[in-house]
Design a protein. Structure first.
Length: 319
C-alpha cells in the first residue's frame, strides 16, 4: 500500500513539474521576444581589429530591458521549482520500487531529463551567462517527459534478475549524467550553427531576430565544446562500467549486443568530435556537424535500440 502511495505521489509531482516547466519555457521565450535588440560593435567602428563576433554586445536600455529581465528571473524561479518537484518525483519513484529509480526507459527518461535541468541550474549558479539557453533546455525536457508519461510509462516494480547489481547504480548513473550534459551541448551547438549562419550575412541583410539576444557564434561554439569535453569522459566511464557489469552478469565483457554497439558508436563519434576540435581544419561548423551526428547516435540508441532491437539490454518495459 505504501509503495502504491509513493508511486502515485511520484506521478502527481511529475505532472506538477511539467506544468512548471511549461510556464517557465514560455517565460524564457517571452524574455527573448521582448528583450531589446542587441547592437554588436563592428571592428571598423571600434578600431580594435577583432572580429565582430568576438566583441561584447551592447544592449539598448529601457522598459523593454527591465521587462525582459523580470521575465527571465521569473523563468529561473519556475525552473528551480520544477526541478524540486521533478527531484521529488524521482525520489518517490525510488521509494515505491525500493531501488534506484532507473531500471527501465520510463525511469531513465524521467531521471535523465532531471539531470538536464540540474546541469542548466548549476551553470546559472556559477554565474554563467546561459539564461538564453532556458528555452532550448525546457523544450527537450518537456518533450522527454511527455514521451515518458504517454508512451514509456510502466508501473513501479522490481527489476529483472540481471539488473539486480550495484553496477546498475554505477553504470546507469554515469550514462544518465553524460546524456544530460550532452543534451546541453547539443542545444548550444544548434544555437551556434544558427548564430554563425546569421553572422555570415552582411549586417544590412540581417533582419530583427531573437538570435540577436544570444551570445556571438564564437562564444556559443566554445561553450558547446566545453560541455562535450566534460561529458565525454563520463560517457567513457559508463561504457567501461557497462563492460565490467556484462562480465559479471553474462560472463563476457563485450558481445556486440545492439545496446553495446551503439554506445560504442556514440563514444567513437564524440571522440572524433574532440579530435576534430584539436585539428585546425575541423573547428567551427565542421566540428559542430560531427557533434550533431554524435547526439543523433545517442538518440538512436535511446529510442530505436531500446524499443525495437532485441538484445540482452531489452529492459525498456515497452514494445
Amino acid at each position: 500500500m505504501a509503495s502504491e502511495t509513493a508511486a502515485q505521489l511520484s506521478n502527481n509531482l511529475l505532472y506538477c513539474a511539467m506544468v512548471a516547466y511549461a510556464i517557465a519555457m514560455f517565460c524564457y521565450a517571452a524574455e527573448l521576444a521582448f528583450a531589446p535588440r542587441v547592437r554588436r560593435a563592428e571592428p571598423a567602428l571600434v578600431g580594435s581589429g577583432a572580429p565582430a563576433s568576438e566583441l561584447p554586445p551592447a544592449a539598448d536600455q529601457g522598459d523593454g530591458a527591465e521587462r525582459s529581465d523580470r521575465l527571465g528571473r521569473v523563468a529561473v524561479s519556475l525552473t528551480t521549482l520544477a526541478f524540486g518537484l521533478h527531484l521529488g518525483a524521482v525520489i518517490a519513484r525510488g521509494v515505491s520500487a525500493g531501488r534506484a529509480p532507473w531500471g527501465n526507459m520510463y525511469e531513465f527518461s524521467v531521471t535523465g531529463s532531471m539531470v538536464v535541468t540540474a546541469v542548466f541550474l548549476v551553470l546559472l549558479a556559477r554565474k554563467a551567462e546561459v539564461r538564453y539557453l532556458g528555452l532550448f533546455v525546457m523544450l527537450p525536457v518537456l518533450l522527454t517527459l511527455g514521451l515518458a508519461v504517454t508512451v514509456l510509462y510502466t508501473k513501479s516494480e522490481q527489476l529483472v534478475p540481471a539488473l539486480k547489481s550495484v553496477w546498475l547504480l554505477i553504470h546507469v548513473t554515469a550514462a544518465i549524467i553524460a546524456s544530460g550534459i550532452f543534451t546541453i551541448g547539443f542545444a548550444q551547438t544548434i544555437c551556434y550553427l544558427v548564430q554563425d549562419r546569421r553572422e555570415r550575412r552582411p549586417v544590412e541583410q540581417r533582419g530583427p531576430s531573437f538570435m540577436d539576444r544570444l551570445p556571438p557564434a564564437a562564444a556559443l561554439d566554445r561553450a558547446a565544446y566545453r560541455m562535450h569535453a566534460f561529458a565525454f569522459p563520463i560517457w567513457t566511464f559508463a561504457v567501461i562500467a557497462g563492460a565490467i557489469w556484462a562480465e559479471n552478469a553474462w560472463g563476457r565483457y563485450w558481445g556486440w549486443d545492439p545496446k553495446e554497439t551503439w554506445a560504442f558508436i556514440t563514444w567513437m563519434v564524440y571522440a572524433c568530435y574532440l579530435h576534430a576540435r584539436a585539428t585546425a581544419g575541423w573547428r567551427g561548423r565542421k566540428a559542430a556537424y560531427v557533434a550533431l551526428f554524435g547526439y543523433s547516435t545517442f538518440l538512436f540508441n535511446y529510442l530505436v535500440v531500446n524499443i525495437w532491437l532485441v538484445g540482452f539490454h531489452s529492459y525498456a518495459g515497452v514494445g
